[in-house]
Ligand binder design. Structure first.
Ligand code: ITT
Length: 196
């Protein structure tokens, strides 16, 4: 069975293929000729459905989309749904992580009561059919913002240390991150609903 992975993010695409575990013939959005839609919704769930539906309706094949991001408690949930946008058009996540560091320092200095290193990753996964129907599942993992460590993964992985672990996502072997991540948790929900 064919399925479009409606993402233009190679780090995500790799994790999605691996989490699907060979169950589908995965076609990338690029291969399917699906352009990137504007993410105009104001929630992970809304944007996941928007992306999946846009891909499925334009290509005529079932599509899976992932909308995800890092929410930081001391920054009132930022960058959240703006996680990709904070890296700018050049997708410069080193810069985005510096911005986060800078903002957290400001909170630490000016509003120490609001300071905490607590953060969480969210992943909303939507599956849409060419007729427009869609379902959506969400996974979340809590952790702490730390100084960048590790070279694996993508995006904000170097500064996120999940609760109960000594390693950041970027320090973990791929399989370890894949066994606990927000994306894994969302896939677990999807698996129970659609495949089991
Ligand atoms: P698509 O919309 O094409 O899928 P995108 O990168 O724009 O790609 P999002 O709008 O969902 O996707 O942005 C999510 C951002 O959150 C992503 O660019 C990462 O920087 C970050 N992110 C999500 N999951 C992550 C993970 O597992 N590890 C590190 N960063 C992650």
């Amino acid at each position: 069975e064919k399925l479009i992975a409606a993402t233009h993010n190679p780090g995500k695409a790799k994790e999605i293929s691996s989490l699907l575990g060979g169950r589908f013939t995965v076609i990338s959005a690029k291969e399917a000729g699906v352009p990137e839609p504007d993410e105009t919704e104001n929630s992970f769930i809304g944007n996941a459905i928007l992306k999946a539906r846009h891909a499925a309706m334009s290509a005529g094949i079932v599509a899976l989309a992932d909308d995800s991001g890092l929410s930081i408690t001391a920054l009132k949930g930022d960058p959240g749904i703006y996680s990709a946008r904070w890296a700018g058009p050049d997708k410069d996540f080193e810069r985005a992580m510096e911005i986060i560091d800078h903002k957290l320092l400001q909170v630490q200095v000016h509003d120490s009561d609001a300071f905490t290193t607590h953060a969480w990753f969210t992943c909303a996964l939507a599956v849409a059919w060419p007729q427009g129907h869609a379902v959506v599942f969400e996974g979340r993992i809590d952790g702490d913002i730390v100084s960048p460590r590790g070279k694996g993964g993508f995006g904000y992985d170097p500064i996120f240390q999940p609760k109960g672990y000594d390693l950041t996502f970027a320090e973990m072997p791929e399989a370890q991150k894949e066994g606990i991540s927000h994306r894994h948790l969302a896939f677990e929900q999807l698996g129970v609903a659609l495949f089991d």
